[in-house]
Design a protein around this ligand. Sequence first.
Ligand code: CTP
Ligand code: MG
Length: 391
Amino acid sequence: MSITPVPRIAVIVVAAGSGTRLGAGAPKALVGVGARSILHHALANVFGGPPAQVVVVAPAGHEGAALTEARDAAGDRRDLVTVVTGGDTRQSSVAAGLAALWGDVEIVLVHDAARALTPPAVFDRVAASVAGGSAAVVPVLPVVDTLKRVAGRTVTGAVDRSEVAAAQTPQGFRRDVLETAYRVAHAEFTDDAALVAAAGHRIDTVAGDERAFKITTPADLERAARLVAGSVPPGAPRVGVGTDVHAFGGDGDLWLAGLEWPGEPALAGHSDGDAVAHAIVDALLSAAGLGDIGTHFGTARPEFAGAHADAFLRRTAALLHEAGWAVGNVTVQVQTNRPRFAPRRAEAERVLSDALGAPVTVGATTTDGLGFTGRGDGVAATAVALVLPLR
Ligand code: CTP
Ligand code: MG
C-alpha cells in the first residue's frame, strides 16, 4: 500500500524527440552526460522540485528504458511515475502526457527533457506562481545580445532588447486552461505558452536559469558535460590501482566487463570471475583507503557468490559514499585474446558507468601471444580510480 499522498501538481517531461540536430545516433533523451542520460539528469532535477505526478513522454520503443531511468531518478517518489509514448511532434507528445494526468492534478508543468540541468528551484518558482493565481507562467532569461530585425542578409530594423526575453521550461499552467487550449488548438505552436496565449490567456513570467539551457547541438552536450563534471565536490583527490586475474574454465557463459558473452568460454571464480569488475572494485577501495575486495566481498559473503559486476559496483559505490568519497572516474584495461571487445566496448562502458554512477572507460589489448593471457589461459585486468572527498 502506498502512503504517498496524491499530488495536485504534475510535471510532464517530454522526451520523445529524436535529437536530429544532436546527431548522436540515439533518441536525445537517452544520450549520456557524464555517467547518466539526459533524461536521468532532467528527472533527478524534477524529483528535487515540488511533490508531483511525473509523466515521462518517451520515444516509441524506448518506454522500458524511460521507466527504468525514471524509477532510478525518483528514489522514494517512484510511485509518482507514469510513462507514456510520445508523438511525431512536440505538441502531440505533450497531448499524450496530458491524457495520462491523474484526477486530482490541478497544476501542470510541461518540461523539455533536453533542458536536463534545470535546477529544482525553477520548478518550485513556476509551480508557486500558478498556485498563487497565474493561469500560465514561463521562466525567462533576459537576452544579452543586441538584436536586429533582418530580411535575408540585410538589417531592416532594431529590436528593443528590454521588450524581449528568452523562454525556457518548465512552463506552468492551470490544468483546465492547458487542457482547453490543447483541445481547441488547430495549429502547431513553438511552445505551450504560445498555444495557451492563442487561446486568449495572459502569460506571466518568473526568472529562468542559465543552467536550464536546451541541449540541442553537440556543443550544448559538451557544455552540459562540463557542468556535470564540475559539480563533483572539490578537495584533494586520491588515486588507487587494482588488478585481477581469472582463468577460463568456469560454467555457463562468459561474464566480463559487466556483459554476458554467449558462446564464449566462462571464467572461473567465487562470483562470475569478471576480472574487469573486480579490478575496478580494488582500485576504488584502495583509493578510498577501505582495504581490498577480500575485505568486503570475500568468500565468507555468500550473497556475492555468482554475483555480476552490477552488484559489486553498486555496493562499492555505496561503501565509498558512506566513507565520504565520490568517484571521479575509473579506467580499466583488460588483457585477453577473446572475446573481441571493440564491438561491445561502448556497451560495457555504459553498463559499468550506470552501476557505479560515475564514468568508467574500458580498453582491451592482447599480449602478442606472450604469457598466460597470450596462451589464452585466462584474462588479466588493471584499473585506476580517482576519488574525491565529499566534505
Ligand atoms: N519532443 C518530444 N516529441 C517530439 C519532439 C520533441 O517529446 N516529437 C521533446 C524532445 O524530446 C525535447 C523537447 O521536446 O525534450 C524539445 O525538443 P527538441 O529540443 O527540438 O528535441 P528533438 O526534437 O529531439 O531534437 P531535434 O529537433 O534536433 O530533432
Ligand atoms: Mg525538435
